[in-house]
Ligand binder design. Structure first.
Ligand SMILES: C[S@@+](CC[C@H](N)C(=O)[O-])C[C@H]1O[C@@H](n2cnc3c(N)ncnc32)[C@H](O)[C@@H]1O
Length: 237
């Protein structure tokens, strides 16, 4: 289903009720029902044009994905990307993907406590001036929200090209008492891993030779137990 054309953006989005959610607050606590199953829900906060979340939904059918952005035009672009990715298989409605118009400032009005299993923060705006630190998506005031929204297996996965945002984030995760793992200062140093799903910004930065930083922060108690068990196995080897 191609929806490019003469229509206004809002009209276009309103027609895509199978994929686009314009009133995400009405699904608080009801996202599993919307997907029609109880698979884990992974969310990208600030998905932009949606390459990452669409490819992830295609690659991992047993996970439900939600891409969030606050701009209509980006939701429209992401909807085109999603349909392009699924179209070759004759799938018109990606079964495990929703694209939602929302401001992350109000994430707790969109998701219920423990409703999410993973939050992706990919190339979030770095807000380099210290007077804007509160707007960074890894500021403790956001981490507080994420902790509430994530379930016992909950994790936050961050990628960024911004060294200052990365430093800030690592410190915020540590101050918040979160276990960090899989920290990389130059994710693609050894070459591009085909298994790695790239975002639009990542594709652009990698093409320019810019280093990508990555980190996982473990939030949920069960995720922490799982992590500890895996570490013990690793060092036993
Ligand atoms: C730099 S782009 C990165 C896009 C994408 N994740 C990528 O890696 O290609 C950041 C995105 O976050 C969105 N964003 C920033 N603050 C937001 C907020 N408070 N709520 C929802 N989206 C937000 C912006 O609209 C933009 O699309």
């Amino acid at each position: 289903m191609r929806l490019r054309g003469r229509k206004g953006i809002r009209e276009n989005l309103e027609e895509q009720t199978d994929l686009v959610v314009l009133d995400p607050r009405s699904y608080k606590g009801q996202w599993s029902k919307l997907f029609g199953n109880d698979h884990p829900i992974y969310v990208e906060f600030g998905m932009g044009k949606g390459q990452f979340i669409s490819r992830m939904s295609h690659r991992y059918p047993e996970i439900n994905f939600i891409g969030i952005d606050m701009y209509d035009e980006l939701i429209r672009r992401a909807s085109e990307k999603a349909r392009d990715i699924w179209e070759p298989e004759g799938v018109t409605t990606p079964p495990n993907l929703k694209l939602a118009l929302a401001n992350i400032e109000y994430a707790e009005e969109v998701f219920a406590e423990g409703e999410l299993e993973r939050i992706y923060l990919n190339f979030s705006d770095p807000w380099p001036k210290s007077k804007h630190a509160r707007r960074r998506l890894t500021h403790p005031r956001f981490l507080e929200k994420y902790r509430m929204l994530l379930n016992p297996l909950g994790e936050i996965h961050q990628k960024t090209d911004s060294r200052s945002l990365f430093e800030f984030s690592l410190n915020a995760f540590a101050d918040f008492g979160l276990q960090m793992t899989n920290i990389s200062l130059d994710l693609h140093a050894g070459g591009i891993n085909e298994e790695h799903v790239m975002t639009e910004y990542e594709t652009k930065f990698v093409g320019q030779g810019i280093q990508i930083h990555r980190c996982e922060a473990i939030v949920g108690a069960d995720a922490l137990e799982r992590y500890k068990a895996s570490r013990l196995d690793k060092y036993r080897m």
